[in-house]
Structures are given as structure tokens and as C-alpha cells.
Design a protein around this ligand. Sequence first.
Ligand SMILES: CC(C)(COP(=O)(O)OP(=O)(O)OC[C@H]1O[C@@H](n2cnc3c(N)ncnc32)[C@H](O)[C@@H]1OP(=O)(O)O)[C@@H](O)C(=O)NCCC(=O)NCCS
Length: 142
Amino acid sequence: MIRKATINDIPYLVKIEKKVFEQSLGEDFLYDEFILNPFAHYFVYEKNKEIVGYIGFRAIDKESEMMNFCVNPEYHSQGIGSEILEYSINYLKDLKVKTILLEVRKSNKKAQAIYEKYGFQQSHIRKNYYGSEDALVYIKEV
Ligand SMILES: CC(C)(COP(=O)(O)OP(=O)(O)OC[C@H]1O[C@@H](n2cnc3c(N)ncnc32)[C@H](O)[C@@H]1OP(=O)(O)O)[C@@H](O)C(=O)NCCC(=O)NCCS
């Protein structure tokens, strides 16, 4: 089941982030997003009442940007990421968003594969965006 994220979910989101990225956007960041930011849209994927993945966007008028996207590694490659991404694209479409932008590590081939599967196109490179690693910027026209 995919549903809107709430502040009660934050500890679980941080836990998943730490597992996949070894660092997190942080509880304070997420709290501000959920409570203070009217442009933020975050969703969780629940399986048997356990949060196994989440995705977040900021959408302002016709433009949106992905803030984060991750699935608990124990549940990778089971189609959950695809479901979450597809749901979000449709949600943003309903908001009349026209473009979705995201950054991904140059080495993260798996994430690039899922973005390409959903029609994101590589736009440009942000040099050393992740410390010593470049980011590839992907854009999708909705
Ligand atoms: C990226 C991520 C969210 C995908 O979630 P997932 O649930 O594993 O994704 P899915 O099972 O729906 O697979 C989606 C696509 O990824 C690719 N993929 C899946 N498993 C793969 C693997 N083991 N190796 C390479 N590509 C793979 C395939 O293209 C797949 O599509 P297909 O099944 O139609 O062939 C997940 O891998 C993750 O949390 N990664 C760590 C965090 C991250 O990198 N986030 C993105 C930051 S920009």
C-alpha cells in the first residue's frame, strides 16, 4: 500500500535511509518538510504494516524535484521501487506538474535503470556534487 507519509513515519524513514545511503536527510529536515513545507509531497510504501520504502518530492507550480527515493535493501528488486515511482509520477501529473528533475550518483546504475525505465532522460552532469563523485541530472517531462 502506498500512502502519504506522516511525522510518525520519520524514525522508520531515517532507518531505511541509513541502511541504503549510510546517512540520512535527518529527522529535523523531514519534520520541516512534512510540517512546514507546503510544496513537499512524501509517500511511503507499506507491506504487512512495515514501511519498506519511501519517496519525496518538492513541486512548485509546473516544476518538481525528487528529494529522496529508497527501498529497504531486504526488499530490493521486487518491483516496489517501480510501484512507488509510477505512483508518484501519476500523482505529480494530477498536480499539473510538467517536469520532474533528479540527481543520481554516476555509479548508481540500478537507480539510473529505474529512471530510464520510466522515461527520465539524462540532461547534464553536476561535477563533484557528492563530494568526489559526479551527479547525473535526469529530467522527465510529465
Ligand atoms: C533504486 C531503488 C529505489 C529501486 O528499488 P527496487 O524496489 O529495488 O526497484 P524495482 O525492483 O522496482 O526495480 C526497478 C528497476 O531497477 C533495475 N534493477 C532492479 N534490480 C536490479 C539489479 N539487481 N541490478 C541492476 N538493475 C536492477 C531494473 O531496471 C528494474 O526494472 P525491471 O524489474 O523492470 O527490469 C532501490 O534500489 C534503492 O533503494 N536503492 C538505494 C537508494 C537509491 O539509490 N536511491 C536512488 C537515489 S537517486
